[in-house]
Design a protein around this ligand. Structure first.
Ligand code: SAH
Length: 353
C-alpha cells in the first residue's frame, strides 16, 4: 500500500473530505455529475455529518453506488478516550489505526460564559523544540491533512454529544508549519455551509513562524490570532524556544505589530509562566513594554510540565506576576488549563507514537 498526496491509503478512490466547495464541484463534474451535487455532498458531510454513502438517502441508489465505487469518505478512529475529573476529555486519534500515527484533541467544556472549546492538533508531533512542551519530546511524523484536522472536531462532538463554541489550534504541532491544511480546515470550520463557527471563535496560535504570520496578514485571514511569546527578550527566549534562532523576537514583534495595524485586530500573546525562567519584575517590565507597543492582550498559563526540575508557579506567584503586568493597561487572563490528570492540559499532549 502506498500513500497518495492526501495522506490516505491508495484505494484508487478520490478522497472527498477536507475539500472546499469549489474543489468538490470540480471533482463532481469530472465524474459526470451536475455541480449542485457538490453542495449536497458538502452539506451531507459537514451539516448532516454523514459518514458513509448509505446515509445520503436523497441520492438515488445508482448514484450512491457510483460514489461508493469512486470516492472515499475516510474518518478518524478514536484510539483512546480519557475523561478528567474536571470534565475535560482527551481523545487520541489515528487516521488509519495500523499506521501508528496518533494525535490528540481535547474537549474543554466549562469555560466562562458557557464556552465549550475543542483544542485540536495540526501535526503529528512537532519539529519545534520548546523546552517546556511535552509534544517536543515526540518523534515528528508529519502534517495532518485538512480533513484530519476538521474530523477531530466532528469526532469529538459526536462522542460528547455536544457542539463546541470555540476551536483552538493549540494541540500538537505548529500550525504555521502546516499552513495550507490549517487554513483550509479553518475555512471549513468557519463556512456557514459547513460547520458555521464564527471566525473569531477559531484561534490559530503560532510559536512565532514569521513567514506564516506574513502570509496570514497578506491573505487577511479572519481568524483569531495568538503568538506564544513565552519570554520577553531574545536571549531568554532562545534558551527555551529554538524558533528564536530562525525568527528573532524583533522580527516577530514587527510582524505582530503589522498584524494589528493592517488587520485592525488585537493579537493575543500566550505566556507560559516558569518560575526562575521568565517571571519576576525584570521580565514583567519588559513584557509590559512589549504589550504597550501594540494592541494586544496576554494570556498567562502556569507551567504544566516538570522538565529540567522546573515547577508550576504557586497561586501567589501567579498573582504577583499578573499584578506586575497591570501597568500595561491591557487584559491579562490567567488561562485555565484543565485536564492535567489526563495529560490533556497545555503542553502535555504527547500520546505514544
Ligand atoms: N505551536 C503552537 C501551537 C501549540 S499551542 C504554539 O506554540 O503556539 C500550545 C500552547 O501551550 C502554547 O501557547 C504554549 O506556549 C503552551 N504550552 C506549551 N507547553 C506548556 C506547558 N508545559 N505548560 C503550560 N503551557 C504550555
Amino acid at each position: 500500500m502506498t500513500h497518495d498526496s492526501l495522506g490516505e491509503i491508495q484505494t484508487g478512490k478520490i478522497p472527498l473530505k477536507g475539500r472546499t466547495l469549489p474543489e468538490l464541484s470540480e471533482i463532481v463534474v469530472s465524474l459526470g455529475e451536475k455541480p449542485f451535487r457538490a453542495k449536497q455532498i458538502y452539506h451531507g458531510l459537514y451539516v448532516n455529518r454523514y459518514e458513509s454513502w448509505d446515509q445520503f438517502t436523497t441520492f438515488s441508489k445508482a448514484l450512491r453506488e457510483k460514489l461508493e465505487e469512486q470516492c472515499s469518505l475516510t474518518r478518524l478512529h478514536t484510539i483512546k478516550h480519557l475523561k478528567s475529573v474536571d470534565g475535560t476529555q482527551k481523545f487520541t486519534f489515528a487516521s488509519e489505526p495500523e499506521n501508528g500515527k496518533e494525535f490528540e484533541a481535547v474537549w474543554i467544556p466549562s469555560g466562562d460564559g458557557g464556552r465549550k472549546t475543542i483544542c485540536i492538533s495540526s501535526q503529528v508531533g512537532c519539529t519545534l523544540n520548546c523546552k517546556f512542551c511535552a509534544t517536543a519530546k515526540l518523534e515528528f511524523q508529519g502534517n495532518l491533512k485538512a480533513h484530519e484536522i476538521v474530523d477531530q472536531v466532528l469526532q469529538v462532538e459526536k462522542t460528547v454529544g455536544d457542539r463546541a463554541t470555540n476551536i483552538v489550534f493549540m494541540g500538537m504541532g505548529e500550525p504555521f508549519h502546516n499552513y495550507f491544511n490549517v487554513i483550509r480546515a479553518a475555512s471549513i470550520l468557519h463556512d456557514p455551509d459547513a460547520l458555521n463557527l464564527g471566525a473569531r471563535r477559531i484561534t490559530i496560535s503560532t510559536s512565532g513562524v514569521v513567514n506564516g504570520i506574513r502570509r496570514f496578514i497578506e491573505n487577511k485571514e479572519p481568524y483569531n490570532f495568538a503568538i506564544s511569546l513565552n519570554h520577553p527578550d531574545r536571549d531568554g527566549r532562545r534558551e527555551i524556544m529554538d524558533i528564536e534562532e530562525k525568527f528573532t523576537l524583533p522580527e516577530l514583534l514587527q510582524a505582530a505589530k503589522d498584524f494589528t495595524r493592517e488587520l485592525k485586530r488585537r493579537i493575543t500573546f500566550e505566556y507560559v509562566m516558569i518560575p526562575g525562567v521568565n517571571m519576576g519584575k525584570q521580565n514583567a517590565d519588559k513584557l509590559v513594554k512589549i504589550a504597550r507597543s501594540l494592541d494586544c492582550k496576554i494570556n498567562v498559563i502556569p507551567l504544566n510540565t516538570e522538565f529540567f526540575g522546573w515547577r508550576r508557579p504557586t497561586p501567589d506567584e501567579v498573582r504577583e506576576f499578573i499584578s506586575l503586568l497591570e501597568p500595561a493597561g491591557i487584559p491579562i487572563l490567567n488561562r485555565r488549563s484543565p485536564g492535567k490528570d489526563i495529560f490533556g492540559a497545555c503542553g502535555m499532549l504527547a500520546s505514544k507514537s
